[in-house]
Design a protein around this ligand. Structure first.
Ligand SMILES: Cc1cc2nc3c(=O)[nH]c(=O)nc-3n(C[C@H](O)[C@H](O)[C@H](O)COP(=O)(O)O)c2cc1C
Length: 331
């Protein structure tokens, strides 16, 4: 049986939570046993002092606690985004948390930032000090028990803890699975959060940039207001976009939680175009990362042609398997 056929059969037969756990354990083990292996170099990207040997990576949430970094390099990642990392370890949300629709190439999740917490992530990153073939970003968020009006504290704790070990921060204000997190992206609320983050980042001897991970669900004019605020506060990159709360007519997933994969492709591309248009002459200074509905190598090149500097995928790693990144490099 061909590897691809066996893989899709496994996906169809086993429940998503089990395959998710199996993938996590296998990648952790692979990361422990693999020798240092650099990812392939193709279409490299240089941005400020960061060098990306190729433009594709696993999306935020794939390696929440920095357990698989060496495996992803060996599997072809041109950069790494760990997290979402929270200050304290926390479990996933109660109830069902992962579903998939193979026919529609769609995923649904209601995980809510499960992970081992920032101290554990710091330990993992410390071990990689001597082998860093690509940039590493830390995607950071707040614990679900932290009130929204105290959210700054959590983001600042993560920055303080991880600053020496990462090249940039991704500020996650868009997961639909942490209650009211999305409110942080409202223009006035965002300003307070990002000003605190900027101030903290400037307090270190070496400044590290920060990017915003945006929701596809913000109403367009509010999104553009928030984008302006992010730029004023010094954001230098944009990850477009997180999972959506919107549902297609024939949706079979629960109404809560976030959907990704094929149903997200159109809005993700639309928002990428909108951001580029809005940035105008500022576009060149910013790093734009497109994610959402990238399911095959053609989609990767389409996003790059649409103007993304870098791309990420979660869905393709589920539906096509962990060798997807290498497959793209051979195209
Ligand atoms: C199971 C799952 C967990 C995710 N966890 C996170 C997360 O912790 N942080 C984050 O910023 N995005 C998270 N995401 C969103 C992805 O990074 C990505 O933005 C979204 O899935 C769209 O990409 P895709 O269409 O390739 O799946 C998660 C997505 C899925 C499917």
């Amino acid at each position: 049986m061909k590897q691809n056929t066996a893989y899709s059969l496994l996906l169809k037969l086993l429940p998503p939570s089990l395959t998710h756990q199996m993938a996590d354990s296998s990648l952790s083990l692979y990361s422990k046993v693999i020798k240092n292996k650099k990812p392939p170099e193709w279409s490299p990207v240089k941005w400020k002092d960061l060098y990306f040997p190729n433009p594709i990576a696993p999306a935020g949430g794939v390696d929440k606690s920095a357990k698989h970094i060496k495996a992803w390099w060996a599997l072809g990642a041109g950069f790494i985004e760990i997290g979402t990392v929270t200050p304290l370890p926390q479990k996933k949300n109660p109830g069902p948390t992962i579903k998939r629709n193979y026919k529609k190439q769609a995923l649904w999740n209601h995980l809510g930032f499960p992970g081992n917490g920032m101290e554990s992530v710091k330990k993992k990153l410390t071990k990689l000090q001597n082998f860093r073939p690509t940039p590493i970003f830390a995607n950071i968020g707040k614990n679900r028990t932290t009130e929204n009006n105290k959210a700054e504290t959590d983001y600042l704790k993560c920055i303080t803890c991880l600053h020496p070990h990462v090249d940039a921060f991704v500020i996650n204000i868009s997961s639909p699975n942490t209650k009211e997190l999305g409110n942080l992206s409202q223009p006035q609320r965002l300003k307070t959060l990002l000003q605190a983050i900027k101030e903290k980042l400037y307090s270190f001897e070496k400044y590290k940039p920060f990017f915003i991970k945006w929701s596809p669900d913000m109403e367009e004019s509010e999104f553009l207001q928030s984008l302006n605020i992010a730029l004023e506060c010094g954001a230098e990159g944009h990850i477009i976009c997180n999972t959506t709360k919107q549902r297609e007519k024939d949706n079979i997933f629960p109404e809560y939680g976030g959907v990704s994969g094929a149903p997200l492709a159109a809005i993700s591309k639309e928002r990428l175009a909108l951001v580029q248009k809005h940035l105008g002459t500022e576009r060149k200074k910013q790093l734009l990362i497109s994610v959402g509905g990238i399911l095959n190598p053609e989609d990767v090149f389409e996003r790059l042609n649409l103007g993304a500097d870098l791309v990420q995928t979660y869905s393709a790693l589920v539906f096509q398997g962990p060798f997807f990144l290498k497959k793209v490099s051979r195209n």
